[in-house]
Structures are given as structure tokens and as C-alpha cells.
Design a protein around this ligand. Structure first.
Ligand code: IPE
Ligand code: IPE
Ligand code: MG
Length: 250
């Protein structure tokens, strides 16, 4: 039987990679991608949704358990209202158009971020996709929408303080686990790898507590250009890191 060498080398490449259990992605550069093509920013965001679909497929195919995508930050309200509205509409349309596919892919969806300030229609859409996919057992897809890590930590501290004031928690017993279990990521493993596209090298208020020991990988490509080759390059970089967690390493 003849063997296709290209397929063999792709399989070897895949098996030599360490696969992070949880990948967080700061999807950046949609606007620049559009501008470089003479298109409006909305076109960049639309193309970004295609990259989301590709990335979900890639995570499933490479065996990643959790994928957190930063889709709208608590600071993105500073953008023109038209763009903010477009991004809200995009989330709504993504959930509507992709729910059937996410079900087929056995993907469990969770949306994190401040949803109290979203309009009730969008809140209902979010609750619906979470409820319908809750029984799925494959990839955990977490979408950070209207999310900011500092606000998330403040909300956790408030909830803990209220419990302490009510006598439900002993202040002396508050530890890292108390805080972690009051964050919106409760029950999820911390991200092992955070990828940011478009060449920017900052976290922009993404998963600050949870990424204390994440490996950070920055790639030059804009988010709409994120594909398997960029994904594998990020995994290769992750594979080559020596994660010491304060110890002396391997
Ligand atoms: C990422 O692309 C999408 C969001 C932040 C919502 P940008 O819209 O930030 O694109 P650039 O950074 O302006 O190119
Ligand atoms: C970070 O991108 C937020 C998201 C990807 C949703 P931004 O484009 O908003 O970040 P800054 O403003 O360049 O730091
Ligand atoms: Mg940006």
C-alpha cells in the first residue's frame, strides 16, 4: 500500500505538539485587516466570524478541551455606536446561524462578561444557547463578551464580601480558591496558552487572574487570517516553552 508522505509528515507534526487544555485568544486586527483591503471595519468583523468557525474546528480536531475567545471588551464601548451595534448584532447572528452546527459538533457554549447591561433580547439569546448546549460533552467554547477582567474580579470580591458580612464566609478562610470560584470562569481550568493576533503585545484586560501562569504567544497575522498554519505555529511555540511554575524546570 502506498502512503502519501505529505499526510504522514502532517500527522507526525501533529503528534509532536503539546496540546494545551485551555487556549485563550485575543482576536485582534479585524479593523486593520479590512483597512488593508479598502473595506469597512464591519467587513473585518464579518471575516473574523469565519476565523472563529475555523478555530472551533481546529480546536476540536487537535483535541483542545477549552477555547476562550475575547469578542468584546468592557472598554470596547469607547468605539463609535455603529460599530458597537454591529458587534452586538454579529454575536446574535452567530448564535442563531451556528447553533445547529455547534450542536452537531457537541460544543458546550458559555458566555462570560457583564450581561446585566446587555439588552434583554441579546440576554435571552445568550441564555438560550447556553441552555441548549449545556448537555454537550465536547469542546468548551467560552465567549468573552462585554468582558473585563478587572470588573470580573471586583464582582467576585463584592460577592465574597457580601457573604462575609452575612456570616456565610469566615474572612480568615478566604483563599485563592474562594476567589477563583466566584469568577465567571468557575469550573474551567486556567488557560495554558493565550494567543493574541495582529502583533499587539498586551492583555487588554483579558483573564488577568486566570492567566497568571499562561504562556503568551503573539502572532503578526490579523484575526481574519488566523488559520491552521498560524494555529500550529502557536502550538509549536507553546510546545517549546519550559513551564516552570516557579520551580527549576525540566
Ligand atoms: C478585534 O479587531 C475585534 C474587537 C476588538 C471587537 P479590532 O476591531 O480591534 O481591529 P483593529 O485592532 O482595529 O485592527
Ligand atoms: C482587545 O482588543 C479586545 C478584544 C479582542 C475583544 P482591542 O482592539 O479592543 O484592544 P486595544 O484597545 O488595542 O488594547
Ligand atoms: Mg484592536
Amino acid at each position: 500500500m502506498s502512503v502519501n508522505p505529505a499526510i504522514v509528515s502532517a500527522a507526525n507534526e501533529k503528534s509532536s505538539l503539546k496540546i494545551p487544555g485551555h487556549i485563550g485568544i485575543i482576536m485582534d486586527g479585524n479593523g486593520r485587516w479590512a483597512k488593508a483591503r479598502g473595506l469597512g471595519r464591519a467587513e473585518g468583523h464579518r471575516a473574523g466570524v469565519e476565523a472563529v468557525r475555523r478555530t472551533v474546528e481546529l480546536c476540536i480536531s487537535y483535541g483542545v478541551e477549552c477555547l476562550t475567545l475575547f469578542a468584546f471588551s468592557s472598554e470596547n464601548w469607547r468605539r463609535p455606536p455603529d460599530e458597537v451595534n454591529f458587534l452586538f448584532g454579529l454575536l446574535r447572528r452567530f448564535v442563531a446561524s451556528d447553533l445547529a452546527r455547534l450542536m452537531r459538533q457537541n460544543v458546550q457554549v458559555r458566555i462570560i462578561g457583564d450581561r446585566a447591561s446587555l439588552d434583554p433580547g441579546l440576554r435571552a439569546v445568550i441564555e438560550d444557547v447556553e441552555a441548549k448546549t449545556a448537555g454537550n460533552t465536547g469542546l468548551n467554547l467560552i465567549i468573552a463578551f462585554n468582558y473585563g477582567a478587572k470588573s470580573e474580579i471586583v464582582a467576585a470580591v463584592k460577592a465574597i464580601a457580601a457573604k462575609a458580612a452575612a456570616g456565610e464566609i469566615d474572612p480568615a478562610a478566604i483563599d485563592q480558591n474562594t476567589l477563583a470560584t466566584h469568577l465567571s470562569t468557575v469550573g474551567l481550568p486556567d488557560p495554558d496558552l493565550i494567543v493574541r493576533t495582529s502583533g499587539e503585545m498586551r492583555l487588554s484586560n483579558f483573564l488577568l487572574w486566570q492567566s497568571a501562569y499562561a504562556e503568551l504567544v503573539f502572532v503578526e497575522e490579523n484575526w481574519p487570517d488566523f488559520d491552521e498554519s498560524v494555529f500550529v505555529r502557536a502550538l509549536r511555540a507553546f510546545t517549546e516553552r519550559d513551564r516552570r511554575f516557579g520551580g527549576i524546570g525540566t
